[in-house]
Design a protein around this ligand. Structure first.
Ligand SMILES: Cc1cc2nc3c(=O)[nH]c(=O)nc-3n(C[C@H](O)[C@H](O)[C@H](O)COP(=O)(O)O)c2cc1C
Length: 345
C-alpha cells in the first residue's frame, strides 16, 4: 500500500518546480547538496512518447531517479525504495490521450516515485498544439478524463499543476473548482494565465479566494502556490500572510540562488567558494550521468550544461569574463582546467 506522502509534509512545505531541461536527476542531486526542498518534481514526460516503441527509452531516461554508476541493466538497476529514504520525487507527465495516461501511470507505480503530477499549465506552443499543458484548460472534459485514467491506473497520489486560466484571469473561477472536484492529493496553482506566460507579476492577491475554493470544495487537497517565490525566507513571509496555503513551489528562484531552500542561508548569500564547489559537484555528476547514458547507447549532451554556469559564476568581480571563457569550453575537463587556473592564481 503506497502512503500518501503529501499528508506527511510540514505545513508551509517547499517544492522545487518541474523545469524542462533543468530538474533532471543531476540537478535534483545538486540541489539536494545545496539544501533540499521538501518535494522534488521531475521534468515533464510525454505519455504518448512512453506509449510508443520509439519514444519509450527516452521517456524512461527522463524518469531515472538516480545515477547508476555501473549499470547492469538499464531497467533493473534502480532501487525502488530510494524515494522512501530521501526527499520524495513526483513524476510529472503530460499529454492528451487518456489511454496513454493509464499506461504511464501504471508503469510509474514500480519506478520508485512518491507521486504523479499532471501538467496542465505549460504554455509552450508545441505542447499546446498537441493538446497538452495549458491547452487542457480549454478542453476540461478531456482534462478530467485524463486525470481519471491516471488515477485508475495507480495507487500513487495524483496531483495537477496548472495556471489561473488560458486567456483570462477569471477563468480560475470555473477551472479550479472543476479540478478540485477530482479528489486530487495536491493542486499547484501558478498564479498567472497561459497568455501572461511569466511576463507579469504573479497574482498573489488571488490567494485568499483560491484558498476559499479549496476549503469549500476539497479541504483534503493540498494547495501549493507557485510564481515569483524567491527563497525560503520569502516562503516564511508568505506562509505567515496566507496560512491557508499548504506548500510553496519555487522555480526560477533556484537560478538566482541554488541554496534558496536551505534554512541556514536565510540571511546570508552563499560565498563564491561555496558556489564553485557546487559547480564542481555538478560537473562530477554530469560526467557520471554521461558515462551512464553512453553505456546504455544513449547520450547526455554537453551543450545544455552551459546554461547552468550562470548560477554558479555570478556576483563577483570578473564573473562575467570568467563565464565567457567557460562558455567557449567543449567538455567538462576544459571547464575544470579554467576554474583551477583561476583559483590558484
Ligand atoms: C526552464 C523552465 C522549464 C519549465 N518546465 C516546466 C515543466 O516541465 N513543467 C511545468 O509544470 N512547469 C515548467 N516550468 C514552469 C515552472 O515550473 C514554474 O511554474 C514557473 O517558472 C513559475 O514559477 P517561478 O516564478 O518560481 O519560476 C518551467 C519553467 C522554466 C523557467
Amino acid at each position: 500500500m503506497v502512503t500518501n506522502f503529501w499528508n506527511n509534509l510540514p505545513h508551509g512545505f517547499t517544492v522545487l518546480a518541474p523545469m524542462e531541461g533543468v530538474t533532471d536527476v543531476v540537478f535534483r542531486e545538486v540541489i539536494s547538496r545545496a539544501g533540499a526542498p521538501d518535494v522534488f518534481f521531475t521534468e515533464f514526460t510525454n505519455v504518448s512518447s512512453f506509449a510508443s516503441e520509439k519514444g519509450r527509452n527516452n521517456a524512461l531516461e527522463r524518469l531515472d531517479l538516480e545515477i547508476t554508476k555501473a549499470p547492469k541493466s538499464a531497467k533493473n538497476s534502480k532501487n525502488p525504495d530510494r524515494a522512501l529514504n530521501s526527499t520524495p520525487v513526483v513524476a510529472q507527465i503530460w499529454g492528451n490521450n487518456p489511454a496513454h495516461f493509464t499506461e504511464l501511470a501504471s508503469a510509474l507505480e514500480n519506478l520508485g516515485f512518491s507521486g504523479l503530477d499532471i501538467n496542465m499549465g505549460c504554455p509552450d506552443r508545441h505542447v499546446n498544439k498537441a493538446g497538452g499543458g495549458a491547452a487542457m484548460i480549454k478542453t476540461p472534459d478531456l482534462a478530467i478524463e485524463c486525470i481519471k485514467s491516471a488515477k485508475s491506473a495507480t495507487s500513487l497520489p495524483v496531483s495537477v499543476k496548472t495556471r489561473l486560466g488560458f486567456t483570462y484571469i477569471d477563468e480560475y473561477k470555473t477551472w479550479l473548482p472543476l479540478l478540485l472536484k477530482q479528489n486530487l492529493s495536491a493542486l499547484t496553482v501558478h498564479l498567472r494565465t497561459r497568455k501572461e506566460m511569466s511576463k507579469v507579476p504573479a497574482h498573489f492577491d488571488l490567494i485568499p479566494e483560491i484558498v476559499r475554493l479549496r476549503d469549500k470544495i476539497a479541504p483534503k487537497t493540498k494547495l501549493i502556490i507557485n510564481g515569483d517565490i524567491e527563497d525560503v525566507k520569502h516562503v516564511h513571509e508568505l506562509s505567515n500572510k496566507y496560512p491557508g496555503v499548504d506548500g510553496w513551489m519555487i522555480g526560477r528562484g533556484v537560478f538566482k540562488n541554488p541554496f534558496c531552500f536551505n534554512q541556514n542561508y536565510i540571511d546570508k548569500q552563499p560565498t563564491r567558494e561555496e558556489l564553485q564547489s557546487l559547480l564542481d559537484y555538478h560537473l562530477k555528476l554530469f560526467d557520471e550521468r554521461q558515462k551512464e547514458l553512453e553505456s546504455r547507447s544513449s547520450r547526455y549532451p554537453y551543450e545544455p550544461l552551459k546554461h547552468f554556469f550562470k548560477i554558479y559564476i555570478n556576483n563577483f568581480p570578473g564573473a562575467s569574463d570568467l563565464r565567457a571563457e567557460l562558455m567557449e569550453c567543449r567538455d567538462t575537463a576544459s571547464v575544470r582546467a579554467i576554474l583551477k587556473s583561476k583559483t590558484t592564481l
